[in-house]
Design a protein around this ligand. Structure first.
Ligand SMILES: [Zn+2]
Length: 320
C-alpha cells in the first residue's frame, strides 16, 4: 500500500508504529491487548486517512535516549529480560507483566516517539502520531507501573530538550488516569510543563497538590462530561500553556475517558477529542511553530478507541 502519497494536504502528519508492538501480550483477559493497535489502524484505513499519512516503522530507542529519563539498572532489567523455562510472564507490578516480546515492543514504542520528535523538530513533517504499545505515562524513573515499561512520551520530550536544544516543551495528557510517571520524571525539570486531565480521586492516586508551577493538574469528577472537560481545559490548561509558550507540544493521547470505556467514569465522546486536539494545535501554532507529537496511552473499549484515535489523527492532519 502506498502510504507516502500525501496528496494535497497542507499539513503532513507522520504515522509511526511497529509490528513488534503487537507481540507484547499480557494474557487473554488483559485489557491492554495487542488488538488496540489494529483497531486504530483499521479505522484509519476505513476512514481513507492511512494513505495520506507519512508512514514510518519505529526504530529501537537507544540506551542513551532511555537513560535521559530512566535509571540504568531499571533499563537493564527490561532490556535483558529472558523468560526462564516454563515461565510465560513475570509480574513487575500487579497488572504489568513481562513476556518474551516485551523488551522489543517497549524499545520500539519509545523509539517511535524519538523518531517522531526528530521528524517534527526538523520540520520534515508538521506533526506525528505514534500508534504504539506498551503505553508509557505511568512508568516511573526506576519502575514499571500500570501497563507501562518505558515512559515513551518522556523519552521524546527529553530527546527534544537534549538533542535539539529546546528549553520549553509541554506534555499534555488527557488519559483518564493521571500521568504520574511523567510527573515523577520531570518533577524537578522546569523545562517541561506537564498538563494532565484525569478522573480524581482515582488510580494512580497522585496527590493533587504540587509545589511546582510547571505541573498543571485538571482533575475531573467521576461522571464528568464533555462540557466539564472542556471547561477544565479552558480554565486550567490553556492559560498555563500560553504563559509557558512551549517550543514543542507532546500529547499523551489516552482515550479511556471515553463514555464507552469502563476503565474510567468520565464521559467524553469523539467530538471532545477533536476539540482538545484543535486547542492544542492552536497553542502550537501560536508558540511552537505547529510542532506536535502525539503518543497513544490508554483506551480499552476497542471500537471507541479506534473511532476516537481516528478523529484525533484526522484533526492533526487538518481535516475537518
Ligand atoms: Zn489510562
Amino acid at each position: 500500500m502506498a502510504h507516502n502519497d500525501q496528496g494535497d494536504f497542507a499539513v503532513t502528519t507522520a504515522y509511526i508504529t511497529h509490528p513488534a508492538c503487537a507481540l507484547h501480550d499480557m494474557g487473554d483477559f488483559h485489557p491492554e491487548c495487542p488488538e488496540r493497535l489494529s483497531h486504530i489502524e483499521d479505522r484509519l484505513m476505513a476512514a481513507g486517512l492511512l494513505d495520506f499519512l507519512q508512514y514510518h516503522e519505529a526504530p529501537r530507542a537507544k540506551r542513551t535516549q532511555l537513560g535521559r529519563v530512566h535509571d540504568g539498572n531499571y533499563i537493564k532489567t527490561v532490556m535483558n529480560f529472558k523468560p526462564k523455562d516454563g515461565e510465560e510472564h513475570r509480574y513487575l507490578d500487579p497488572d504489568t507483566l513481562m513476556m518474551e516480546h516485551t523488551p522489543e515492543a517497549a524499545l520500539r514504542a519509545a523509539g517511535a516517539v524519538v523518531l517522531a520528535t526528530e521528524l517534527v523538530a526538523d520540520k520534515k513533517v508538521n506533526n506525528a502520531f505514534c500508534n504504539v504499545r506498551p503505553p508509557g505515562h505511568h512508568a516511573l524513573k526506576e519502575q514499571a507501573m500500570g501497563f507501562c515499561f518505558f515512559n515513551n512520551v518522556a523519552v521524546g520530550a527529553a530527546h527534544a530538550l537534549g538533542e535539539f536544544g529546546l528549553n520549553r516543551v509541554a506534555v499534555c495528557d488527557f488519559d483518564v488516569h493521571h500521568g504520574n510517571g511523567t510527573e515523577d520524571i520531570f518533577t524537578q525539570d522546569y523545562r517541561v510543563m506537564l498538563c494532565s486531565s484525569f478522573q480524581h480521586p482515582f488510580y494512580p492516586h497522585t496527590p493533587l497538590e504540587s509545589d511546582n508551577p510547571h505541573i498543571i493538574n485538571a482533575p475531573l469528577d467521576a461522571g464528568a462530561d464533555g462540557a466539564a472537560f472542556r471547561q477544565a481545559i479552558t480554565d486550567i490548561w490553556l492559560p498555563a500553556l500560553r504563559r509557558f509558550a512551549p517550543q514543542m507540544i507532546f500529547i499523551s493521547a489516552g482515550f479511556d475517558a471515553h463514555i464507552e470505556d469502563d476503565m474510567g467514569h468520565v464521559q467524553l465522546r469523539e467530538a471532545d477529542y477533536v476539540w482538545v486536539t484543535e486547542q492544542l494545535l492552536k497553542v502550537a501554532d501560536e508558540f511552537s511553530q505547529g510542532r506536535v507529537v502525539s503518543v497513544l496511552e490508554g483506551g480499552y473499549a476497542l471500537s471507541a478507541l479506534g473511532r476516537s484515535a481516528t478523529e484525533h489523527v484526522r484533526t492533526l492532519m487538518g481535516i475537518h
